[in-house]
Design a protein. Structure first.
Lengths: 348, 348, 348
């Protein structure tokens, strides 16, 4: 996208000094910026760069008074640092929400209900009876199964797959390749050593403001629902088993796996590559270090754990410090064993 | 899907008491059920709930005699518990197999051979010379490469990618995002520090009754075939390297990786997030605990291992118990070292 | 694909003895080969098999003189072993590069610039202003976002998703399900315990000769670029966080995760299922063992580490050797503690 320095000043309620028609297409640090970029000067320590920067425009505080000639167009604002943040969000909003209308070909099943201002990318599939809210953006190659409901303002990037009967809230974001509602991993052993699939007839419910990373998979419930509560943030390549429930605002880093029927409380922080076993419960605000393996329930809110299997975070740090010295420890024991042979017994 | 209580009674060979036209669209526990749900009462301990349940219908044993008024329609069957299981399977069968016919647009290459009663979802791609068996269901956005063969009754969910020349059996299930036949990770180092790709010209053979989870990846063989034997069940986000062979009925949990040319026997149970190194063999019925790292072959059938690197499961449990107390152990050694200084030497 | 023995001889500059029209469609070992396969005989130890092989054709050295009747067509070449390698590469080249032209339906946005000899599979989406180089092969269901640039000879297999504004070099390979440019995992905590997404406005830059595995995910930079340098090879199901930089010719095995803003040097070798924390730097030629967790920067080039948390590879091996014997160690300490009670104190 491209804006003029004048348009940016308008957006931020700022005042232009210099040429107002310079074209801006990206943000950059003041010391690295080149033609077409906008930068900002907030910390006076960086003032030197404003005289040499290649940026087309620089946001500065109203109080800024140049001591030398400045080639960049200056945009004066109340608070340059806060304005860059506003600009970032605006840029993002435009980037994400600028898409609108239905590209062809796409596939709409019978009785699909579609809100206003939606974007339906080419090659999108929406199954029968699906309900799509207002301002929903569904990028190309996404699959929305039969009877799925999606709330307002949700963004579904290219190639997301949502199985039939799942329910998705408002203001959610799904990144490419995420799979919602695949069968839970449930098989009953038969006498001949083979396995029979247990029918998985439940769904996945995802509440509002949830973010799901690229290629993350969330299995449907065997019966009932796998539930992702409001505000949960999942990174990429995460596995969520059948009938799992993730509490409000819980955050999970990449490549973590949570096994079937486990329940996490609200505001938990789970590191990357963590494994959490099935059928357990973690209290609110539990925090688990990266690569840990959690094998049992956590009852006390705010517990911090690490290790595989995981136990108290601080104790683990101490055990690991000794682990690194185990060969020396072994030697010290051997020395003790030798020395002891040279010592006198108590006389009776 | 929606059924009437009458239709369900017919399916189960049961007898309706109450209104036969009530609409049923899901299963629920008797104490949680609401309008539109069917429940069951098998254990007399739960009898109280049948008088207050919101369920539209309840399956009961022929021997059941209500003591109070029941609002739900009752369906009398020989064994209510067994009937619910029958119902689940029937529901699943209908859900999965109800799709039929070719949605448009789809792409069929030259000489594609297609069985009867197939479902080809919109935006499905089937390459030239592919052979698709009877009653195969291929959901939207799936890619079936040139020359691929798929056996009868196999289900391919949305967005599965099968590279050319792969061979797939009957009664298999592939979940969304699974990738079958991508290149093995083989690169030859060159003198300048760069790498040259080793051509990967093999394929993947998947036998009957195999289940492959969402976003799981199976690489083709460098030459020959990567082989997944009858009845293997793979969970989500698993990586199977080139030339791997998985024995009959082996089960692998989510996010596990198996490196190139490794062979697993029949009926192995591999936990989640396990790593298995390349070019080794695991005997039949090997079981590996979650998050383990297997670095060598296992010769004895039925071996249980855990840890990273993995060794005997029970010994590992004992070692880990001591690991948790390492700081105290260190202290005890220090105390011994101090005490020993205060002891008398043997007189010569 | 199918060739005649005559065509293969021509390709290799060899001479046919026997029938020149036999159809060859695959390679196989001489002892396992059946009708339709070509094999080779280089090591005299295997000569016995040439008299019984089911292969349709066998490559032999010019010096080879059969002692018995041979049913297979013989193709005489200077060096049978080298020829099989040439054949493999040729086969691969044909397999990969034979696709050409635009299949329908596909979607091209405004102002797309397309090179010569490209393949655009059915259901491919190419966003506006994208620039596609010469001889680029884009398989079905791939999504190339707005403004994306792809260099010459790059291969994009089915179902790859490249977000808008990413830049991809020449001679790269992307396997199915790879996601390039998804949002980095950045959220700012709010006072009420919820999180607000930090706008991710950067892109991903992938240089020449890079290979990306199936279902691997590479997040875009928060601002600026996530950078994958020349010759990097990434296996399947890898997670690369925002603003990461991977140095030239670095190789990463499957299911490894690298967190945001971390920089790896050139020619690093990273094992499978490794986790590398954010905001650190690994020197050139760092090697990390499988399943390790790297928590701090590595300054010395050529460092080898393993473990979770990772430390010096050799020391870790020694510590682990003791770990396996911890229960015995504990016993030895207990014995020392008992014995010491039976010893005489130094007389004062």
């Amino acid at each position: 996208m491209e804006f003029t320095s004048h348009q940016i000043a308008q957006l931020l309620g700022g005042r232009v000094e210099g040429e107002g028609n310079r074209k801006i297409s990206r943000l950059a640090k003041i010391e690295e910026a080149t033609e077409g970029a906008i930068s900002f000067l907030s910390n006076p320590k960086y003032e030197q760069y404003i005289y040499s920067t290649g940026a087309s425009a620089v946001l500065v505080n109203n109080t800024f008074k140049p001591k030398e000639e400045v080639k960049a167009t200056l945009i004066y604002v109340e608070d340059a640092y806060a304005s860059i943040s506003t600009l970032l969000e605006e840029y993002n909003r435009i980037k994400v929400h600028s898409k609108q209308g239905l590209e062809t070909p796409h596939f709409l099943g019978e009785n699909v209900v579609m809100g206003t201002q939606c974007y339906i990318g080419a090659f999108t599939y929406i199954g029968r009876n699906a309900k799509i809210g207002d301002n929903v953006k569904i990028y190309p190659h996404s699959y929305i199964g039969d009877n799925v409901i999606i709330g307002n303002n949700t963004i579904v990037y290219a190639g997301v797959k949502v199985y039939s009967d799942c329910v998705i809230g408002s203001n959610c974001t799904f990144h490419s390749g995420a799979v919602i509602g695949s069968d839970g991993f449930g098989f009953a052993p038969l006498p001949d050593g083979s396995f029979k699939a247990i029918p998985q007839i439940g769904n996945v419910i995802i509440e509002d403001n949830v973010s799901i990373g690229a290629n993350t998979t969330i299995d449907c419930a065997t019966m009932g629902s796998t539930i992702i509560r409001k505000g949960v943030k999942l990174d990429n390549l995460i596995q969520i088993g059948h009938n799992v429930e993730l509490g409000k605002n819980t955050v999970v880093a990449a490549q973590t796996g949570i096994s079937g029927s486990t329940k996490l409380g609200a505001n938990c922080m789970i590191g990357g590559q963590v494994g959490i076993t099935g059928h357990i419960t973690l209290a609110d605000k539990t925090s688990i270090g990266a690569q840990s393996g959690v094998g049992g329930s956590v009852k006390k809110p705010g517990t911090a754990m690490s290790g595989s299997p995981a136990f108290d975070y601080k104790t683990n740090l101490k055990s690991f410090a000794v682990y690194k010295k185990l060969p020396q420890l072994m030697k010290r024991i051997e020395e003790l064993e030798e020395k002891i042979l040279t010592l006198a017994p108590l006389s009776e």
